[in-house]
Write a protein that binds this ligand. Sequence first.
Ligand SMILES: Nc1ncnc2c1ncn2[C@@H]1O[C@H](COP(=O)(O)OP(=O)(O)OP(=O)(O)O)[C@@H](O)[C@H]1O
Ligand SMILES: [Mg+2]
Length: 238
Amino acid sequence: MIRANVKKTYRLDRHHVVTAVKRADMVVREQTFTVITGPSGSGKSTLLAVLGLLEEPTEGKVLLNGNEVQTEKERARVRLHTFGFVHQYPRLHPTLSALDNVLLPLALMKNVTTEEVERGRALLEEVGLKERIDHLPFQMSGGEQRRVGLARGLMLDPAVLFADEPTASLDPENSLLIFSHLHKWFLRGKTVVVATHDPIGVRFATDVYDMREGILTKKSIRKSDPDDDECKDCASAY
Ligand SMILES: Nc1ncnc2c1ncn2[C@@H]1O[C@H](COP(=O)(O)OP(=O)(O)OP(=O)(O)O)[C@@H](O)[C@H]1O
Ligand SMILES: [Mg+2]
């Protein structure tokens, strides 16, 4: 469980401070699908970065299972072993294939085993990229590159997956595909936290928060169920 009660400001220079998150008080329970909506510039990415221990809050704390993650070494360990990130723009390595991009987080740490290569392949197949495994990023569409980014975020089997605008500038069909994959991950017992403009995302959520001018409010909690009427497209996307 992640508990956060935070404020985040950025100092631009001696005289100017931007308050990106004025007040965010939230709990991300285990095995939930949390969606944070809100207009551009409202502080969603900043909050996700703070929750994901990529950035430190200016005020307040982020508690992981009741404990503050104190040192940068511990924070790095949590980011590596417990958290996964899917970034808005996947920033794939341009000279590496889809598969090598997925394996990159592991390859930076150690020699990659045959089983891990197989896992990378299986993840790419699962996100519908069986035919693109050996393609370089420039040989793939924007939506395909996003899915490589998603597979990369899942490679280390994170308990908590953070996704920042995973469907930005995708058409509704591709957006649904991405959310369906995220939802699948949630159904496997993982925790998913997504910041998105995309109204499709809310259909998959167990918990919805809305960010307005840096202030977070809780919208609703309901069981995420792809069979329910509001979510019928999600089911058909599997
Ligand atoms: N590193 C930074 N330095 C200064 N200001 C920043 C920084 N990062 C974000 N901001 C500011 O904080 C505010 C919130 O930004 P943030 O990226 O969190 O919004 P967002 O809700 O994710 O927007 P979008 O939907 O466009 O991605 C914005 O006004 C932004 O300009
Ligand atoms: Mg953002």
